[in-house]
Design a protein around this ligand. Sequence first.
Ligand code: FBP
Length: 552
Amino acid sequence: MNISALQQARYAYNPKLPSSLKNSINDIVLESGGPTEAVTDRDELRGIFKLSYGKPIVTFAKGKNDKIGHELKVGVILSGGQAPGGHNVIAGLFDGLKKGNPNSTLYGFLGGPSGLVGNKARVISQAEIDTYRNTGGFDMIGSGRTKIETPEQFASSLETAKALGLDAVVVIGGDDSNTNAALLAEYFLANGSKIQVIGCPKTIDGDLKSEHIETSFGFDTACKTYSELIGNLCRDSYSAKKYWHFIKLMGRAASHIALECALQTQPNICLISEEVEAKKLSLDKIVEQICASIVKRAENGDHFGIVLIPEGLVEFIPEIKQLIHELNDTIAAKEEEFASIGSFTEQVNWLSSRISNVSHAILQTLPPEIAREFLMDRDPHGNVQVSRIETEKLLVDMVEEKLGVMKGNNLYKGKFSALTHFFGYEGRCAFPSNFDSDYCYSLGYSAFVLIASGLTGYLSSVKNLTAPADQWIAGGVPLTMLMNMEQRHGSKKPVIKKAMVELNGKPFKAFEEKRGVWAEKTSFLYPGAIQYFGPPEVCDSVTKTLLLEHEK
Ligand code: FBP
């Protein structure tokens, strides 16, 4: 295989483990707390998860464990979008299994959860693992977004696991995938099977977290990668002094990535969707805020700047949210008829009598290329694909228009030249930072200990993450503890509660305190590229979000 010098060097990197996992494998035992409860909707969830609800939180301690050496067969699934460190979760799980018993087997399900449903799996070998250690990507076994939801899918998942003789299935995924893991664990128990299910918290979006899951893996590397790029643009704009860069950042609904990148780079503006929703800010109001910074900076002679925009913003702007809602419902009800309409103008006309006048008027005031994006193909759930709406271009268009009007009224005399960017895929398969390499390996290793100890319906957890790795606290959190009931496709469903940016939380407060100055004065920080070898303060740093959340 052709590999880069960095990849070769990363093979030799030994991920750091919490001290409880450094004990000889037969000397790790569980310590359990008391019964737990779900976030809300406890009675309903207790009824749905009759056999797996309310188990205790567990941590690991030193002590003799004679279960650990049993020969095991485990299947692992990578689920959803790529996140740096996935291969290390598999490596940690593999190493734990082999240390427990060299005859144990790890199967990789191919292409995500559909591999479990359709029995597409293969054995992962030692030689293969060694070519993926500390590397980015999910290419070892591939990933997918299949949701296991129909009775047939649950039944065939159990059939596959039985056919392979599995003791356990490990699901490496985000909130939806781990909701699936919780449902699978309950289904297996309800059908008299002893096959265990363990989850691992993955997503660059950073929205799978709680008191006991401090962060999802991949968030650290992705934010550092985007922040490097944003920092480079900050420096370019400061050098050339002629462009405003409007940068949309991945993250789906939650704005954790945008907020973290803002803390790392100190841009002039960073929009936070959760704040837009809480303050019911209209599109016009947002544009006004951006223009205020542009005007103020122009008065200081600074015709350049940086604006960060979270991917899901449009869904949080009240009038656009309403428009999207009406479009989703209307198009879903007449999917074929809508698909047969030839031109964009005809589509807009067709909608005129079917959506509210207000929403129709908004659709018509949007720049046509953006309005077209609102009418594009829906996702498998019938929703508009917000990540494909070019919010960054919409904002630039609207800012240009507003500044034009202000110029006409002699309220603005400066220049405005903008460039747009979208950073998302660029960060999802980066070489995992030391933090993500260590965290992921520990999560995988910890998943093995949970399996060997006979647990099911748990999410592998590693806490105390701002301390050096040997002080991290490894263990497991019952998946039902993270759940609540939400309305999905017309009925209430048990789901893991998405963690959004908390406006009372320390990361947002830290940003709020400084952003007034950043909007006017150039205060950029240039974080540079992720460093893998060098002093710990440079190589092992954690995100500002984690640091602030841990501040006493
Ligand atoms: P997960 O929630 O599955 O981890 O996905 C993260 C993400 O990168 C989002 O930030 C983004 O909106 C989405 O995946 C893009 O999905 P796709 O890879 O299907 O284009």
